[in-house]
Design a binder for this molecule. Structure first.
Ligand code: FO1
Length: 311
């Protein structure tokens, strides 16, 4: 373990944008990335880890930068035929992506756990950063809506996050323990960066894994988060809707309240400058910055801002 290492807590697309900037500035070996696996799903008998795969393909520079998920130059021939056999064609699994899920499922059936499988995939794709699923146990997020109870991915993709949220459940989270080394990496990190990911179903899930939240609170001064909420709305996905369902203030202040027990530093968007004092009253140092990462230059600038923060 290098004493100059960083820990990054990540969900999917939003996190990947920030990590892409970070990798242009920090040696990949110094990045220990803990990824949400609460939206993992099994389809066609295959084990799919959407957030892990998004971060993996980003680090391998294979990701489709337009969509933010899946491989670039992807084709969907296998899915086209699968749709004839199954009624689950809403999850757009490309031909190259399916290779990852076949490999992961094969390794799982041969007795490897999620962390070991992630290490093997990273090695095969020549990724030098250390990518870790938050836990080895299976955790799945379910959303209850007036249309019924469904997996988070079905709510997110098939239903486009439109149905009203009646309940959010994290199946298996009570048994989830962190992958070996995570707590020590947090303790010894130079900085811990919380990506602008969903605070309920991405970062929120990681925080529910036994011991992680407490480990962060013990090194509060080193923890930096970037707000996923700008001007009362999420940049992408249903974070705002979920916060509203939970009765939270849908703003960066609401996110700060969710993180207040372990957060030392919070980067909010310039557009929310007026909320800085309100967050600082919670004891969190707050820095407004342009956080919308529309191109590589802006991703790098935001990453540089985080690295430059004096803590
Ligand atoms: N996101 C979509 O909006 N539509 C899709 O069809 C879709 C397919 C998909 C396949 C593999 C994968 O790893 C990710 C995929 N994503 C898709 C993205 C992903 O499911 C979400 O962005 C995350 O789950 C939210 O964190």
């Amino acid at each position: 373990m290098n004493e100059n290492h960083y820990v990054v807590l990540a969900g999917g697309v939003g996190a990947a944008k920030f990590i892409r900037g970070l990798t242009q500035l920090v040696k990949p070996e110094l990045l220990n990335i803990i990824v949400n696996t609460g939206d993992d799903i099994e389809l066609f008998g295959l084990k799919i880890c959407p957030d892990l795969d998004i971060i993996t393909y980003t680090l391998a520079e294979l990701v489709d930068n337009e969509k933010g998920w899946g491989f670039k130059n992807e084709t969907f021939n296998c899915l086209h035929i699968l749709k004839k056999f199954y009624d689950i064609g809403w999850f757009n699994l490309g031909d190259k992506d399916l290779a990852t899920h076949i490999y992961r499922t094969d390794l799982f059936n041969r007795g490897f756990n999620k962390a070991e499988i992630t290490n093997l995939i990273c090695k095969d794709l020549r990724i030098k950063s250390h990518l870790m699923p938050m836990c080895n146990a299976s955790v799945e997020t379910f959303i209850t809506t007036p249309k019924g109870k469904m997996h988070f991915e079905e709510y997110f993709i098939k239903h486009q996050c439109k149905p009203e949220i009646l309940k959010i459940e994290f199946k298996g989270i009570e048994e989830a323990v962190p992958v070996e080394g995570i707590l020590e990496y947090i303790e010894k990190a130079k900085k811990i960066i919380i990506c602008p990911s969903n605070p309920i179903v991405s970062i929120g899930t990681i925080l529910q894994v036994k011991g992680i939240r407490n480990a962060l609170s013990l090194v509060k001064e080193k923890v930096i988060a970037i707000s996923p909420i700008i001007e009362g709305a999420s940049v992408k996905g249903p974070a705002d809707k979920m916060m509203r369902y939970l009765g939270l203030d849908v703003s960066c202040v609401g996110v700060a309240r969710l993180y207040h027990d372990f957060l030392g530093h919070f980067i909010i968007d310039d557009r929310d400058f007026d909320l800085k004092t309100k967050i600082e009253k919670l004891g969190i140092k707050t820095y407004p910055y342009d956080t919308i990462m529309t191109n590589l230059r802006k991703k790098i600038e935001l990453a540089q801002f985080v690295l430059n923060l004096e803590i």
